[in-house]
Design a protein around this ligand. Sequence first.
Ligand code: SF4
Length: 701
Amino acid sequence: MAEEIKTTCPYCGVGCGVIAKIADDGNVSVMGDPDHPANFGRLCSKGSALAETIDLDGRLLHPEIAGRRAGWDEALDLVAQRFLDAIAEHGPDSVAFYVSGQLLTEDYYVANKLMKGFIGSANIDTNSRLCMSSSVAGHRRAFGADTVPGTYEDLELADLVILTGSNLAWCHPVIYQRLAAAKAARPGMKVVVIDPRRTMTADIADLHLAIRPDSDVALFLGLFEHLIANNAIDQNYVAEHTNGFAEAFASASGVSFNEVLELTGLPAMQLREFYRLFAATEKAVTCYSQGVNQSSSGTDKVNAIINCHLATGRIGKPGMGPFSLTGQPNAMGGREVGGLANMLAAHMAIESAQDRDRVQRFWQSPAIAERPGLKAVDMFKAVGDGRIKALWIMATNPVVSLPDADAVKAAIRACPFVVVSDILKTTDTAPHAHLLLPSLGWGEKSGTVTNSERRISRQRSFIDAPGDARADWWQLAEVARRMGFADAFAFASPSDIFNEHAALSAFENRGNRDFDIGAYARIDKAAYDAMTPFQWPQPVGDDRTVTRFFAKGSFFHPDRKARFVPVEPPASDRTSADYPFTLNTGRIRDQWHTMTRTGKSARLSAHIAEPFAELHPRDAMEIGVGNAGLVEIESPQGKAVVRALITERQARGSIFVPMHWNDQFAAKARIDAVVAPLTDPFSGQPASKNVAVAARPLKAA
Ligand code: SF4
C-alpha cells in the first residue's frame, strides 16, 4: 500500500498542495491535493512532473572544498573562520548572503537572524528581489506595510479581472485554471489583459491592451483621471480611509487622454472601453506580476494601480482589490521573516529604532543592522569591486538569473571567498565557488512556505537525504555556532524555528495583530507536523473579517489611513540607432527559473525544447532572419544566441526571449548576459522587460 504525504509544490507562488505517493518499491508519483485551498486538486504541467525531477543526477552529495570532498566539520569551520576573518578585518558589511525564494521560511529565518542580528549587517538579499520587490515597495508606500490584500477566491468573485504584466496562463497556471473556470461559469465576467505581447492568457480576454513597454503608469494615471471625470470616486472611502488624494489628482490631471494614447500606443476605442469597464464594475480585481514589477518604474506602476482601487474604495472586500502575484514558492515567506536587505523580521522596519530594538531584545543579540543592506544588483557590484570579501549563495543560480550575468560571473570569480549551498553541483554558479555545501531538495526537506495569497503550507520530507546533504537552516545554525552564537541558534528542528518566528510576530503585542501568528509559537512538533494550510491574518474570535486585509479600511500608517502616491509617466523608450529593439524577458509554461530541475524532465522539455527569440514577421524580414534561424541578440552588456520564432503575437520593434536557459543546455543561451543592470529607484528590482538590444542573423564563423 503506497504511503501518501501531503506537501506543497516547490515551483511557483501559487503554492499548490501536492500528495506524494511512495510505492513499496520506492517509486514516487504525485497528484494534486483536493483539500488544499490553493488548487483543490489541480496541478499544472510542472507540478505534475515533480516525480520526474527528483533523481540524483548532478546532485552534490558531499561538501567540497576546491573540488575536494570534505567532511561537514572541516567545511563549516572554514565558512565560520573566513566570515569571522572578513568581519574582523573589514567590518560586518564586508560579508553577504544571497538567498532565494526557494528556501523554506525556516531557512530564511535563520539566515536573516544570523546576518542582521549577530553579524550586524543587513547584507542579506534574495532572488525574490527580481520577482516582487517593487510590489513590496509599493505596498509599503500605500499601506504602511508590505501586505497583499488579495486572495485567489477574489478572482472568482470579481465581475472584472484585469491582468496586467501577468502571463497567468503560463506563470501561475492553476490560478489561470480557476479564473477560466469561473469565467466559463459566469459569462458576464470580463477579463482585460494588459501586455505588450499577445500571450496565451489573452485567449480568455474580452479586451487585450497591447501597451507599449513601461507605459503602465500612463495607462493607470489616465484611468484615475477618468474615474474623477466620471464621478466614479468613492468620496466617503477617500475621506475616511485615505490621505493624499489631491496630490494624486494633480499628478493624474497633468496627463491628458491624448497623451495616454500616445504613451501607451493604444487605439482610443480600446482605451475608452477599458476605462468604462473599470468605472462601471464595482467588483474589480487588478492582478499584476513581473511585467509591472520588473521595471525601472515598477514601484510607481504598483502605486498607480493601487491609487485607482483606493479612489473607488475597491479594496479589502470580496472580489475587489489590487493583487500582486509572487513568482516564487516562498517569496512571501521570505518577506515575513525579513529576508530582504531593506526589511527586518516579522514585517518590522529596519528604519525604525523601536522595531530594531524590539527585534534585538527578542533575539538577545549582540548587534542589529542599523540600515538597509545591499540589494541584489548592488550586492554583486560590491562583490565585483572588492567591497564584499565573503559571500554565501544559497539555492539560487545568479550567473544565469541576474542582469549583466557575465559581470556577475566575473564578480563571483574575483571574490576572495564564495560558498554555494545547493542541491546540484552542475549549476552555472557552482564551479566558481571555493566551497560547495550539499543541501536538501524537494521531498527531502521540511518546513513551511507562504503563497501569493498569504497561505502558509507545509513542505514535508518523504525521501531520505542523499549522501551527506543537510538542510540549509542546519548549515546556517552550525556556522552561527562556530562563530560564537551557539545559544541563539540551538535549533533542533524546523518546528523549533517556526515556533520562534511565530513568537517574534507577536512579541510585545506590537499592535499589528494582522501579522501575529503567535498562536503557533506554542505548538509542539506533532502539531507542526500535522499543520494544515492557513492564511494570515489569523481570525480573532468570531470576527472572521480580519482574515481579509483592510476589510475595515484600516491600514498600517500611523494614522491608519492609506496613502495615494503621486506618480509620473517615465521616459520608457530606451532604443537607439545601435540598439533598435526592446527586449522583454520572461517565463515559459514548462520550465522553472534556470532549469536546474525542470530541465531534467523530457516531458517538460518537449513543450519548448530550445531557447527562442519571438519576433514580429516584419522585423524578422527586415533583419533577414527566417523561422528557426539563429539570431544574435546584443546589448552593451553582452550577447546571446537563440532561434527565431516569428509570430504576430509579438509587437513590432520588440523581442521576447525566455529567461530559463543556461549554458549547460545551449551555448550562449543566458539572456541575462544581455540585460542591463538597471533597477527601480525605490525597490532595486531589475528592469528585465525593457532592454534596448540589437538583433541580427548569426553569421557563420
Ligand atoms: Fe506548482 Fe505553480 Fe503549477 Fe501549482 S501552478 S502546480 S504551484 S508550478
